[in-house]
Design a protein around this ligand. Structure first.
Ligand SMILES: [Zn+2]
Length: 171
């Protein structure tokens, strides 16, 4: 049996064994938010098995960074050229590397072969082009990972709001 762990802010943090979740509850570190219908028996007590627990104290979790590769960029942007909206599968440095542009999420988009060629080593301002979105470093979305990996309908109401939140951040 598995249990979803929520931060004190209700943000999904991860999935642990229900046994471990019970230990957290017994230690006063977490509270049960939803049970899974089963009961756990120990020598001295009977407990409702938690399906979801909430940490009693907020813990600060560092953002999980996603390495920038052609594959991860394609996953983020799809095969969509940032400049013309058509099919693209080329990594493009918005500020060209030859002009000091960095190989970082805040400088990389997907472009089609044609736009990539037209653009070459020029800046967007020199071409009169504009990006249709703001460039931001993406973070791994725990809520999405959890719902994809476990697909537990009982957890949806806890993961769904955070998935939507992340999608908005990704623009
Ligand atoms: Zn294009």
């Amino acid at each position: 049996m598995k249990t979803l762990v929520l931060n004190a802010s209700y943000e999904p943090l991860g999935v642990i064994s229900t046994r471990r979740a019970v230990m957290l509850v017994l230690a006063g570190k977490a509270s049960t938010v939803a049970g899974n219908g089963a009961q756990l028996h120990s020598r001295s007590l009977v407990l409702d098995a938690p399906s979801v627990v909430l940490l009693n104290q907020f813990i600060k979790v560092p953002h999980r960074r996603i390495p920038l590769t052609r594959k991860s960029a394609l996953e983020r942007y799809g095969h969509v050229c940032a400049y013309c909206g058509k099919y693209g599968d080329t990594l493009d440095h918005v500020i060209p590397r030859a002009r000091g542009g960095t190989h970082t999420w805040d400088n990389v988009v997907i472009a089609c072969f044609r736009c990539n060629n037209v653009k070459s080593d020029r800046l967007l301002t020199e071409l009169g082009w504009k990006l249709p979105f703001e460039l931001k470093e993406p973070h791994l979305n725990m809520a999405s990972l959890i719902s994809m990996r476990w697909n537990d309908p009982n957890w949806e109401e806890f993961t769904e709001p955070w998935r939507r939140h992340e999608l908005q951040l990704a623009g």
